[in-house]
Design a binder for this molecule. Structure first.
Ligand SMILES: Cc1cc2nc3c(=O)[nH]c(=O)nc-3n(C[C@H](O)[C@H](O)[C@H](O)COP(=O)(O)OP(=O)(O)OC[C@H]3O[C@@H](n4cnc5c(N)ncnc54)[C@H](O)[C@@H]3O)c2cc1C
Length: 408
């Protein structure tokens, strides 16, 4: 009989103190990474992570684990690129296997217009030092033999943008590894502890109210994923231009290896990769209206089955085993809000990551930790200020995803 180790990876019941040097709201990727680097780089260990359910409950444990660095803009690429480089480093540092699988990402093009757009993306990626190249249909077929590159599919494949440095990382391992690393250095991780209010007097943060009592702290970081905008408005009256949008994903039954890369298609609105267990993990659908539901829909199962089997016909008859949903905290320009001391001193924000927040959590955590510890904004975070929306200086990470923004 096998026995699971009885010692948890991190301290699951530290004492709840009445005061901390910093309080991080949310037990997701960004709080965990920030806490880890606060301790490692700045010796700040009198820090609490407050999570209303359990760590990894939000997008951290629901995402499809895709990592890459070929974002569109010069402001965003450096964070994503550094994060890609950090996976193997952190695996060693945390002494915990994060299971980085550097399989590369293949973005399919289904029209000549898409090919032209991909070529522009490749040129700007290369200009920023990010590995990206164009593949003709025959090369796509060589790379992923299961793809149908004939003219039978509804949207025939005209080529692809290949990004070799990307891939997938095991998301649970990232949550557990960072929790282990933070806790070993003395950070307190309090699960089942809901933040019910943020206290500020004369424009300065004083601490938080929680379901387990009051905690004093001069610094509060809001990293509550899809819940961030609601909490910020409710607790401090600070409005954030973030729409919580439901995003769904699912996995098939386990199959023999057939997909060695992450494959995505804008025209079919689908992406997929094969997990180390052999399941095809697939997603992409996001409800176009803001809501907080994490319910799945039968409609999406049908869409996903039709889209996947049109480009990967060998998946016909394969069963979906699990289907889930989570919240994406989407901003009008699909770039995050990372800010501090505006409009309340000691109030820091790291949210609005949409469906990109897994891939960059480690590098961002490192810089947010520096910001919290020193009070000085690192240069790399400069473009992500909240005020950019009021100044109409949106970033170019998206073109038309702004119709649902509640910002006014
Ligand atoms: C289906 C799906 C697929 C995705 N795929 C990818 C992908 O392939 N690649 C990628 O890069 N990103 C992906 N993402 C996005 C990514 O998961 C998120 O951007 C990321 O998890 C955000 O991290 P976070 O720490 O900001 O928030 P989260 O991980 O969501 O954590 C926020 C935490 O705050 C807690 N909380 C909320 N309110 C309170 C409160 N009042 N008090 C205390 N705690 C509170 C929540 O319980 C939650 O645990 C996906 C997301 C989803 C849902």
């Amino acid at each position: 009989m096998f026995l699971l180790p009885s010692t948890p990876l991190w301290d699951t019941s530290p004492p709840l103190k009445s005061s901390y040097d910093a309080v991080l709201i949310g037990g997701g990727l960004h709080s965990l990474a920030t806490a880890y680097y606060l301790a490692r780089d700045h010796g700040m260990t009198n820090v609490a992570i407050l999570e209303r359910r359990f760590i990894g409950y939000g997008g951290a444990g629901r995402n499809t684990a895709i990592v890459r660095a070929n974002q569109r803009t010069q402001e965003n690429v450096p964070l994503y690129q550094e994060a890609l480089d950090l996976w193997p480093v952190l695996t060693r540092e945390l002494d915990y296997n994060l299971m980085f699988y550097n399989c590369g990402n293949l973005n399919l093009c289904h029209s000549e217009a898409a090919v032209t757009a991909a070529r522009m993306n490749i040129a700007s990626a290369q200009f920023q030092g990010v590995g990206s190249e164009f593949l003709a249909p025959a090369d796509v077929k060589r790379m992923v033999p299961a793809l149908d590159v004939s003219d039978r599919p509804r949207h025939p494949i005209h080529g692809a943008m290949f990004h070799p440095p990307g891939g997938i990382v095991r998301h649970d391992a990232v949550v557990w590894g960072l929790a282990k690393g933070a806790s070993e250095q003395g950070i307190h991780i309090h699960q089942q502890t809901e933040v019910t209010g943020i206290r500020a007097v004369d424009g300065k943060i004083q601490g938080v109210e929680t379901s387990r009592g009051t905690i004093n702290s001069p610094r509060v970081l809001l990293s509550a994923g899809g819940y961030s905008a609601g909490l910020s408005h409710r607790f401090l009256g600070v409005r954030l231009p973030i729409s919580p949008l439901t995003i769904q994903a699912m996995v098939t039954q386990p199959l023999k290896p057939l997909l060695n890369h992450v494959v995505s298609s804008g025209a079919y609105h689908v992406y997929c990769n094969q997990t180390l267990k052999g399941e095809i993990a697939t997603g992409a659908h996001m409800d176009p209206w803001p809501n907080y539901t994490t319910q799945t829909t039968a409609h999406y199962l049908k869409h996903q089955a039709e889209a996947l089997t049109d480009i990967l016909p060998c998946l016909r008859g394969v069963r979906f085993m699990r289907h889930w949903a989570g919240l994406a905290d989407m901003t009008p320009d699909m770039a995050p809000i990372i800010d501090g001391n505006d409009p309340v001193e000691g109030y820091y924000l790291n949210c609005g990551w949409g469906y990109f927040g897994f891939k960059s959590c480690t590098s961002t955590g490192k810089y947010v930790a520096q910001y919290l510890a020193t009070g000085e904004r690192p240069e790399i975070l400069e473009p992500f200020r909240l005020s950019r929306y009021k100044q109409h200086r949106l970033m170019g990470e998206t073109a038309g995803a702004i119709s649902y923004t509640p910002w006014n």
